[in-house]
Design a protein around this ligand. Structure first.
Ligand SMILES: [Zn+2]
Length: 287
């Protein structure tokens, strides 16, 4: 059964580790992440962007697939199904479809409008026992057409949004979606500490977890980050393993063209990546 991300993130914050949000794209992705979480006895958050939701035929299909897998794979660790960077309409659609968690990304609205819309969604989630993530200060890079400049969040704006009763807060601290550029300035721990001071106990979320150096990840966790989003890294691992399989001509040997064989190396590569991230975030054995 899907659960809200609230308890797992509060536990992570108190225990000084972070729960990974791994974005899913299809059946293989979902199965790889769920099986790894179960094998490692780790809580996990499955992230779904609006684009990935559309790709998988819509939110109801996603909910059906994930619930079916939890049942048939015997998954007993806590699993949250979370809308990533949701629009106002998208968040409402996911709530109706059976997601257990949503992110409302109102960071591109003026702060007053972000507050009004967040407030409405918080009330809806509270009523249904779902968790909700809000964002202040856009995250750099591009994700599903949402382009952010990588700014640092205003700690006072963070407090204004946190006070609305959201479950967790994504604050921009110089992090970027996708691959980090050579000249990246690194995370702003000054901003993170200032935000933490204003929002108190609220679990913080770090987006763009691909390519942030390990010491920075650990420091961010020590400063209150309890959820870290990973997307690009699984995509790169899948791509590299699939490329290798084809370049070695394995798709032309025997029944190597069978999609269950063709996609197997990528599947294993995702599992390995998820396991490494769970180790780094400290969530292994914390289910
Ligand atoms: Zn993000």
């Amino acid at each position: 059964m899907l659960v809200s991300a609230k308890d797992m993130l509060n536990k992570a914050r108190d225990g000084k580790y972070a729960v990974g949000q791994f974005n899913i794209n299809n059946l293989e992705w979902t199965k790889a992440i769920l099986l790894t979480a179960q094998e490692q006895n780790s809580p996990v958050i499955l992230g779904v962007s609006e684009g990935a939701g559309k790709y998988m035929c819509g939110y109801k299909t996603v909910v059906g697939m994930v619930n079916g897998m939890i049942d048939e794979l015997g998954i007993t660790v806590p699993v949250a199904l979370h809308l990533d960077h949701g629009s106002y309409e998208g968040a409402k659609a996911c709530i109706d479809a059976g997601f257990s968690s949503v992110m409302f990304d109102g960071s591109h609205y003026p702060i007053e409008e972000n507050i009004a819309k967040t407030k409405e969604l918080v009330a809806k989630c509270e009523e249904l026992g779902l968790s909700i993530e809000a964002e202040v200060g856009s995250i750099g890079g591009e994700e599903d057409g949402v382009i952010g400049a990588g700014e640092c969040a205003d700690p006072d704006e963070c407090k204004a949004i946190a006070d609305l009763g959201v479950t967790m807060l994504a604050a921009g601290i110089g992090n970027i979606h996708g691959k980090y550029p050579e000249n990246w300035a690194g995370l702003s721990f000054e901003t993170l500490a200032a935000v933490k001071e204003k929002v108190g106990n609220m679990p913080l979320v770090l987006h763009g977890g691909t390519g942030i150096p390990e010491d920075m990840i650990k420091k961010a966790i020590s400063l209150g980050v309890a959820k870290i989003n990973v997307n690009t890294e699984c995509q790169l691992a899948f791509q590299e393993a699939t490329r290798k399989y084809i370049e070695e001509g394995k798709d032309k040997q025997g029944k190597g063209f069978d999609p269950r064989k063709l996609l197997a190396p990528g599947f294993e590569a995702i599992k390995q990546t998820v396991k490494e991230k769970m180790e780094l975030f400290g969530s292994i054995g914390k289910a």
